[in-house]
Design a protein around this ligand. Structure first.
Ligand SMILES: [Zn+2]
Length: 377
């Protein structure tokens, strides 16, 4: 996520923190130290409440990390690659690959909320025990009770059946398991996510109007759920429409290519002006694909450098491009598309470039699907 810094790693998974997290800690520390503690454990100095407030907020962040770590660790056990864990204003987020089975998807999804519920139960128990034990322990007892309720809330809230919340992923996995059809499950779950997102934003707004500050947070989560569920729905619709189509059926061929050793100026004059695409695949000296260069990157090279800089130096190298074989399923190749190159798949056969699949090709295939009367997302 943009604007996040690396804090360290948990079980070998990079842990990142968004700039909005310190803000969240301050808000929680203020709520706990100024409102909850003076009522729950009266008779202490403001300094004691402040320290306890910050400690409670830090413990809550720690439990968020544990929630995400549970997702990440379960994913690892199911041989799913985990990229990183990020804490941000709306909680935590674990970026990982797609689970290969419905059972794996289910376990990865429930592990987080289960962890929150367990932490909640343990903290509540410890808080109640401490409360009964001694009067001097009133402050830590209230902190533990607050932490317990916050974790129970997190566990239950995350189980709401709205993709991308954990509960939505659980529903998605169950539908996948019941129907055996992953795309249909994704489509149904993302539709549910969109509807629930709207309802959440509405409910948050009502809470806010009634003077509950947490309403604002729920409005934001609702909007976030709406946007992500919408994107996932388009993704699922695309995958449904492209089902059974091979890469070769969708690709544009032949494709204009250029030599990667040319200077930028030479490349612009000889190659780029003849291309119909917004990016041109490059070939090395032996005729093998070596990368792809975006026209706007060429345009961004300052004039004095164009005569000396080689085009491969401003290109995205082949190692970071999505490459597919002609016989491969298009949907599988699509999962490898990276943000670096945008919606472009290089098609190679026996080390030779035979075509390219771009957003335009996909739009054409989607249109055909609609013409044939296929269901639209
Ligand atoms: Zn979760």
């Amino acid at each position: 996520m943009g604007g996040s810094i690396r804090l360290g790693s948990v079980f070998g998974v990079p842990l990142r923190m968004h700039w909005s997290v310190p803000l969240l800690v301050v808000l929680f520390a203020y709520g706990l130290g100024r409102r909850t503690l003076p009522v729950g454990a009266p008779g202490h100095s403001p300094a004691v409440y402040a320290v306890a407030g910050v400690a409670g907020a830090a413990l809550l962040m720690g439990s968020l990390v544990l929630h995400e770590t549970a997702h990440a660790a379960t994913a690892r056990r199911k041989q799913i690659s985990v990229e990183d864990v990020t804490l941000w204003a709306l909680g935590g987020m674990t970026r990982m690959g797609r689970p290969k089975t419905a059972a794996a998807a289910f376990l990865v999804a429930v592990s987080g909320p289960l962890t929150s519920l367990v932490i909640g139960g343990v903290a509540l128990g410890a808080g109640l025990g401490l409360h009964a034990l001694a009067r001097w322990a009133a402050v830590p007892a209230v902190v533990l009770l607050w932490l317990g309720w916050a974790n129970l809330f997190l566990g239950v809230f995350n189980l709401l059946p709205a993709v991308p919340l954990d509960g939505g992923r659980v529903v998605q996995a169950l539908l996948w398991w019941r129907t055996g059809d992953r795309e249909r499950a994704d489509l149904a779950a993302s539709r549910g996510g969109q509807v629930t997102g709207v309802l959440m934003a509405g409910a948050g707004w009502v809470l806010l109007l009634r003077g509950a500050p947490i309403g604002l947070w729920i409005v934001f989560i609702g909007l976030f759920v709406m946007v992500v569920a919408g994107a996932e729905r388009r993704h699922a619709a695309l995958h449904t429409a492209l089902r059974g189509i091979r890469v070769a059926d969708a690709m544009t061929s032949p494709v204009t290519t250029g030599a990667d050793w040319l200077t930028v100026q030479h490349f612009i004059d000889e190659v780029a002006v003849h291309s119909h695409h917004s990016a041109v695949p490059l070939l090395d000296f032996e005729g093998r694909p070596s990368g792809i260069v975006q026209i706007r990157r060429l345009a961004g090279v300052p004039a004095p450098s164009r005569e000396t800089l080689r085009v491969r130096e401003v290109a995205v190298p082949i190692s970071q491009c999505a490459v597919a074989a002609p016989d491969e399923q298009l949907t599988e190749a699509l999962d490898r598309v990276s943000l670096r190159t945008g919606m472009r798949i290089l098609v190679a056969d026996g080390g030779h470039l035979v075509g390219i699949v771009t957003g335009k090709d996909l739009a054409r295939m989607m249109q055909r699907h609609t013409l044939r009367g296929g269901a639209q997302g």
